[in-house]
Design a protein around this ligand. Structure first.
Ligand SMILES: [Ca+2]
Length: 278
């Protein structure tokens, strides 16, 4: 089903309004402008290597740049941004957030580190080298995950909607509803942009959605269950955090209070015809 530009704008406006009014929980899934993919691909995780991870880190954002892991942590009074040695999991640099803020996703764009906060409607901009705060910005609704595709920031807020923000002034330029068949995929959390796709782990689930940034259709599902032993999982919180080393094509995942940061390789397990969308 295809719609005119005016209809699409009206849908986006109504969906945005509903998302703002009720947290997006009951916003209807607007029709897609694009045909669905022919197949859905399922992947399992093969662990290449496990690196130590701080079991006190309530991980909310994860990035990799130039040999370092950057991590944003959450909870009021415990939120921070950190530069972490990959091999040891130890922070070599850390900046705390005021206790009134609950830190959320982070991303690195040029020499800036961007951090969202959960319900304060405010994001922070830091100098990547010094961690000095060099700016801030505001947004409606909650802040969950953030990444960028080189020309726009991409932000999640707990709903099925991803927002695209201007790199210079953080103004919302566009948005996208994430869907799998007829289903809206909600609670999109930590994000990573990898080779033209948005990777989003789903809050309280052991799976990562691979999302087409144009259509919003989930094109693949990564099964991350079983990365932790039963004993480790009992002491840890949910999967949250994907980082990509573009140079060496290494994919890292971790979670809140997880004892490990895993380098993983995706192994295709199954392909199926795409579920019906109408
Ligand atoms: Ca990330």
């Amino acid at each position: 089903m295809f719609f005119s530009a005016a209809s699409r704008k009206l849908w986006r406006f109504c969906a945005s309004l509903l998302a703002c009014c009720c947290g997006g929980c009951y916003a209807p899934l607007p029709p897609s402008d694009y045909p669905p993919p022919e197949e859905i691909i399922f992947y399992d995780c093969e662990v290449i290597r496990a690196y130590p991870h701080d079991t006190k880190a309530f991980t909310q954002g994860l990035e990799y740049k130039d040999g370092w892991i950057y991590e944003g942590t959450g909870l009021n009074g415990k939120s921070s941004i950190r530069k972490v040695t990959l091999e040891t999991g130890e922070a070599v640099q850390q900046q705390s957030l005021a206790s009134s803020f609950f830190g959320e996703g982070i991303t690195i764009q040029n020499n800036r580190l961007i951090q969202l906060t959960w319900r304060s409607n405010r994001g922070f901009v830091y100098d990547l080298e010094s961690f000095e705060e060099i700016g801030d910005f505001s947004y409606l609704g909650e802040g969950w995950g953030i990444t960028h595709d080189g020309s726009r920031f991409i932000m999640s807020d707990g709903t099925s909607r991803l927002r695209f923000l201007d790199l210079r002034n953080f103004e919302e330029k566009d948005s996208l509803h994430v869907r799998y068949g007829r289903e809206a995929i909600r609670q999109l959390n930590e994000l990573e942009y990898i080779d033209g796709r948005i990777y989003a782990n789903i809050w309280q689930q052991d799976r990562i959605a691979i999302i087409c940034p144009k259509s919003g259709y989930v094109t693949g599902w990564i099964n991350c269950s079983g990365l932790l032993s039963r004993e480790e999982a009992a002491r840890a919180d949910v999967l949250n955090g994907t980082a990509w080393d573009a140079e060496e094509e290494r994919l890292f995942v971790t979670g809140k209070y997880w004892p490990w940061l895993f380098e993983i390789r995706l192994v295709e397990s199954e392909r199926r015809p795409y579920p019906a969308v109408e």
